[in-house]
Write a protein that binds this ligand. Structure first.
Ligand code: PGA
Length: 254
């Protein structure tokens, strides 16, 4: 198959796994995953695990490290924060930005996310940018415009060159950690809509190459059907990324 887009399965561990458990999990994933030139795997452990997981991934093909967040400033008096340069310096290639939990619990809005995106790209990180609507917004029927608005506000100031370093992740909030997955049709409809918006801004050839992941209760039992949708290029996995076997089976779902 000649797919113009990068296919990715990313594991967002969130605030789970102590250091030893995290290292064991990373080692199990490394052991069970073999890169065949198609699907790439990304692990996003907590900050404190990053350097050790980077060592575990060293020299392995097709498997990358990501931060779960970074600060918008380059450095300075921001007690408790982690910079994009720090992530880069331990070997992270990606950073997740705009996750709904960051928006909801830490008050991150479109304007802040825009500056985080800029900082991450300046530091040489690639961005996994999350977007998604609440149940209220879906029920009101305004979800397509709402989600497209999130990417327009935080990303569409980027040049085409910069935007090449951004992966989109559609994560309906009502599906995150709830066991309630979006149906393959619901995911496909939103992904196609986002691709159209990317096309309007960056042109058709660019949009064809834009990777768009789905996230929200993705698991071995539903990954294959989700990933078989024409505009779904992989997944951002929370709960099911904490068990090596489940995560590896999702990676093998294309
Ligand atoms: P979940 O989380 O797979 O546990 O629903 C997905 C995410 O928040 O990235």
């Amino acid at each position: 198959m000649n797919n113009p887009r990068k296919q990715i399965v990313a594991g967002n561990w969130k605030m789970n796994m102590n250091f030893q458990e995290g290292c064991t999990l990373a080692a199990e994933v490394v052991k069970g995953f073999s890169y065949d030139g198609t699907v790439e795997v990304i692990l996003a452990p907590p900050f404190i695990h990053q350097a050790a997981v980077a060592e575990i991934l060293r020299g392995r093909e097709g498997i990358w490290l990501a931060g779960q967040n970074c600060h918008q400033e380059a450095s300075g008096a921001f007690t408790g924060e982690i910079s994009a340069d720090m992530l880069r310096s331990v070997g992270a290639r990606y950073v997740i930005l705009g996750h709904s939990e960051r928006r909801q619990y830490f008050g991150e809005d479109d304007e802040l996310l825009r500056s985080k995106v800029d900082r991450a790209l300046q530091s040489g990180l690639e961005v996994i940018f999350c977007c998604g609507e609440s149940l209220e917004i879906r029920e009101a029927g305004t979800h397509f415009d709402f989600v497209a608005g999130q990417i327009e506000k935080a990303l569409f100031h980027l040049s085409e060159e910069q935007m090449q370093h951004v992966v989109l992740a559609y994560e309906p909030i009502w599906a995150i950690g709830t066991g309630k997955t979006a149906s393959p049709e619901q995911a496909q409809a939103m992904h196609a809509h986002l691709r159209k918006r990317v096309e309007a801004q960056y042109g058709p050839a660019f949009a064809e190459r834009q990777t768009i992941l789905y996230g929200g209760s993705c698991k071995p039992a539903n990954a294959r059907e989700l990933f078989s949708q024409p505009d779904v290029d992989g997944g951002l996995i929370g709960g099911a990324s904490l068990k090596a076997n489940d995560f590896l089976s999702i990676c093998a779902s294309f």
